[in-house]
Design a protein around this ligand. Structure first.
Ligand code: KMH
Ligand code: ZN
Length: 285
């Protein structure tokens, strides 16, 4: 097992807002400040969904570029990973990839299956709002190829074993370059909840030359990341997925969750990877 753990800070997704945690960044300057603090706490990569000033996820290329540049200007060391998942409810498949193919960040997400996607009320668990998250084989093929051609390494988002199988099926065409970087996602309403045994099934189904990391929505974040670290994988934390510390208090920013991940890794005899080591491990160089 490698000693180094790649810690990703997912600063702002599409499901958490300032009314959930005031530190969720919206403006490019807010993203840059959050990213810098996450880097200081041990993150090698940030994962972002660009937002409007009002906080709505947006496929707007200029806004994505401004957000990306603000992070890079303040903390040039960091790897920036841009989402192609939720960048606005009305975004077409083409729009979801437009910013990424324009900006050409080192890494971007690539989702693997079409699924229910709900916002569950955190208190009652009832679904308050739901949509279909569309991720077809045609999309995986078209945009996976375009990303590889443009030297944008896919972070492959896997919500269950079927999603991993979809990636392996499309991967038979041979256009995905090793090493593959797989993110196991737990706790979405529509995906699976974190279960240690399901984690092992996914891990054992990975192809050779695959790295794995994990993230979990809400309280799934902590046990999922802990298990990933124990099993030799990497960790993603941050306000996109979870706005609270293990004690239930609001995190002051994604950096406090990165501090938790760093301490957890240290307690298991591992340590955060620098961005350049993360680049080597994930095949970004
Ligand atoms: N929001 C996470 C649960 C993406 O951005 O493409 C999954 C995610 C996927 O981060
Ligand atoms: Zn995301």
């Amino acid at each position: 097992m490698g000693k180094e753990v790649i810690i990703t800070a997912a600063l702002s997704g599409a499901g958490t807002y300032k009314n959930n945690n005031p530190s969720v960044p919206y403006t490019p300057a807010e993203f840059a400040a959050e990213a810098a603090k996450a880097y200081q706490a041990g993150a090698a990569m940030v994962h972002i969904h660009p937002r409007t000033d009002e906080g709505m996820p947006t496929p707007d290329v200029n806004r994505a570029r401004d957000t990306y540049n603000a992070i890079r200007d303040k903390t040039p060391e960091l790897i920036v990973n841009i989402s192609t998942g939720w960048v606005g409810l009305e975004a077409t498949l083409e729009q979801r990839f437009e910013s990424v193919l324009e900006i050409k960040p080192e890494m971007a997400s690539l989702n693997t299956n079409t699924m229910n996607f709900g916002m569950a009320d955190r208190k009652t668990g009832h679904i308050a709002f739901e949509v279909i998250f569309e991720n077809t084989f045609a999309m995986l093929e078209k945009f996976g190829k375009a990303m590889e051609k443009n030297n944008i390494k896919p972070e492959v988002e896997v919500y269950d074993l079927g999603g991993l199988d979809n990636f392996l099926l499309i991967g038979k065409q041979g256009f995905f370059s090793a090493p593959y970087n797989i993110n196991f996602v737990w706790g979405t309403a529509g995906g699976q909840q974190f279960r240690p045994d399901a984690f092992l099934v996914l891990m054992h189904a990975l192809p050779d030359e695959a790295n794995f990391t994990t993230c979990g929505v809400g309280k799934n974040q902590f046990p999922a990341c802990m298990q990933s670290c124990i099993c030799g994988g990497h960790m993603r934390v941050g306000l996109e997925d979870n706005v609270r510390l293990p004690n239930g208090e609001l995190a002051k920013g994604s950096y406090e969750l990165v501090e938790w991940a760093t301490a957890a890794a240290n307690s298991l005899g591992r340590e955060p990877a620098t961005p350049n080591r993360a680049r080597e491990i994930m095949g970004l160089l």
